[in-house]
Ligand binder design. Structure first.
Ligand SMILES: [Cu+2]
Length: 122
């Protein structure tokens, strides 16, 4: 085996043991992100205000039965498409308290500009 091959094997071995320890110690379960379901429809998000604890790991599950929409958090530079019939996930772990606005960034109809909400981190 060449040098690069050996190094790769060593790295794989290390990460495997970390996962095994996490499961044995039980903290892999404790640290699994909280899933928050967010439904989008013309022209609102439900919930409109998403409450998150500072340092909490959350996954936003974004869905719609309506039309193609977006979920954009400009201050965090993250966004996702919301596609009818699919679940889009956005993983967040916010380290600062306060209000962070989000909005729809895909034109979805006449009140598209009003489609917004905010994350409340406390
Ligand atoms: Cu829109």
């Amino acid at each position: 085996m060449n040098r690069a091959g050996k190094r790769r094997r060593a790295v794989l071995g290390a990460s495997t043991s970390v996962i095994a320890l996490g499961l044995a110690g039980g903290y892999a379960v404790a640290q699994s992100p909280r899933v928050i379901k967010v439904r989008a429809r013309k022209f609102e998000y439900n919930p409109k205000v998403i409450e998150i604890k500072k340092g909490e790991s959350v996954i936003l599950e974004l869905t719609t039965d309506d039309v193609f929409m977006g979920f954009n958090v400009p201050d965090l530079h993250v966004r996702a498409d919301i596609v009818p019939g699919k679940i889009s996930q956005l993983h967040l772990n916010l380290q600062q308290e306060g209000r962070i606005d989000f909005l729809c960034d895909i034109f979805c109809g006449d009140k598209h500009e009003e489609m917004q909400g905010y994350l409340m981190v406390s």
